[in-house]
Unconditional design. Structure first.
Length: 196
């Protein structure tokens, strides 16, 4: 694979930095936590990718065979030569990493708030269809009986916000799994009927 460098790249331009950051965030995905080395690793890939023509760095990683070999034989040496050995580019790279760290810290803090929890909850529910949501609500209603409700009114449950959040996340994961199983079962039934 022949990698050709772009000419006259301004690594200090807002456009360049924005593109590197957006690509890094896209590769990172929405994480509940992060490792500093992951941020640096992903930023190395996206920074280097924006120094070469035709997105060849990222495209070379699409084929999952020998990713580690490609990283050590192609991308890391290119990064060392084109970024680590060039102070202006290294400074820009470090600024971008610091911006990503700040962003991830804000994301982590936001998730600790009720608003952040509700946002994550809504995002998780967004993957479910209206039929799936109706089934979940109906199942919750079916499992509830009046004796349990009366008992809850007499005894106040003093769970921490974190415990409540973890319980809700477990319920979401269970509901998603149940919805996926039901969806798979319906699809398999349809395939069997179509095959007949």
């Amino acid at each position: 694979m022949e990698i050709k460098m772009k000419e006259n790249v301004n690594v200090n331009s807002f456009t360049f930095k924005k593109k590197v950051i957006e690509e890094a965030l896209e590769l990172l995905g929405r994480k509940k936590n992060y490792i500093l080395n992951d941020l640096k690793f992903i930023t190395m890939i996206t920074f280097t990718n924006n120094l070469v023509e035709n997105n060849l760095v990222i495209e070379s990683l699409y084929n999952i065979d020998n990713i580690e070999d490609k990283m050590t034989s192609i991308i890391e040496p290119l990064f060392e030569k084109e970024v680590l050995d060039k102070p202006e580019r290294l400074e820009s790279f470090n600024e971008i990493v610091n911006e990503l760290i700040d962003f991830m810290e804000r994301e982590a803090k936001m998730r600790l708030t009720i608003a952040g929890f509700l946002y994550d909850f809504a995002e998780d529910l967004g993957g479910l269809t209206m039929d799936d949501l109706i089934k979940i609500v109906n199942q919750a209603i079916d499992k509830t009986n009046f004796s349990n409700i009366k008992l809850l009114n007499k005894k106040v449950n003093k769970k921490s916000d974190e415990e409540i959040k973890q319980d809700a996340l477990k319920d979401i994961e269970n509901a998603k799994m149940k919805a996926l199983i039901e969806k798979y079962t319906r699809e398999e039934s349809k395939k069997e009927k179509d095959a007949e």
